[in-house]
Design a binder for this molecule. Structure first.
Ligand code: IMP
Ligand code: MG
Length: 198
């Protein structure tokens, strides 16, 4: 299979302006709506090629994947099934906390091709845990797709098979990603104002 780890860094220029409503909380737009949509179409073509003959089950992690997932699967010209797994790293701020299951998988993935989807691969703890949990269910194959990869903070040996964008070590919010459960509704990925969490 063609690896997609050579994901682009977010294009630097020209950076769209942060809408006035969010300026005090969001320092800058890291990835715009247009950049997200263009990149997601490319990822979808790669996934279609790799799973043309598969029996695909997409397993997104709640809740940060909502926007990415909705945009990704509507670009996928493939028969597929979808079931969410809930895992939360009960954190109040930007540090990772203890992992807690909030929703178990309901679909039987035994013998199926599973694509595990998350919003961002940071330390790697969440996806390491989720991968282990899914492997215990004996899927035929298991690959990982993330919108964002922040390799600078990695603590576990973990790579994704499909990566939207590799980003520097900023705390980002928007397009599904939250800070203290807020900002998920922003249509772009923005960099949080550091004063909010320092
Ligand atoms: P990891 O377990 O450290 O890899 O972190 C994965 C989870 O932490 C993701 O599913 C996100 O929910 C959250 N996370 C990590 N970095 C960020 C960020 O920059 N913004 C928002 N959420 C983040
Ligand atoms: Mg998350």
């Amino acid at each position: 299979m063609k690896k997609t780890n050579s994901s682009p860094s977010p294009p630097r220029q020209p950076s769209p302006r942060v809408p006035a409503r969010w300026k005090s909380e969001i320092a800058s737009v890291l990835i715009s709506q247009g950049q997200l949509q263009r990149r997601i179409k490319i990822l979808a073509r790669q996934i279609e090629r790799d799973y043309a003959k598969g029996d695909l089950v997409i397993v997104p992690l709640l809740t940060g994947t909502v926007m990415f997932l909705a945009d990704l699967i509507r670009c996928l010209n493939l028969p597929l099934r979808l079931d969410f797994m809930g895992v939360s790293s009960y954190r109040q701020d930007t540090r990772s906390g203890r992992l807690v299951i909030t929703k178990e998988l309901r679909l039987d993935v035994r013998g199926r091709d599973v694509l595990l989807v998350d919003d961002i691969l940071d330390t790697g703890r969440t996806l390491t845990w989720a991968r282990e949990k899914l492997l215990q269910m004996n899927p035929r194959s298991l690959k990982i797709c993330v919108l964002l990869d922040k390799p600078a903070r990695r603590q576990m040996k973990m790579n994704a098979d499909y990566v939207g964008f590799t980003i520097p070590d900023f705390f980002v919010a928007g397009y599904g990603l939250d800070f203290a459960e807020r900002y998920r509704n922003l249509p772009f990925v923005g960099v949080l104002q550091p004063e909010l969490y320092r």
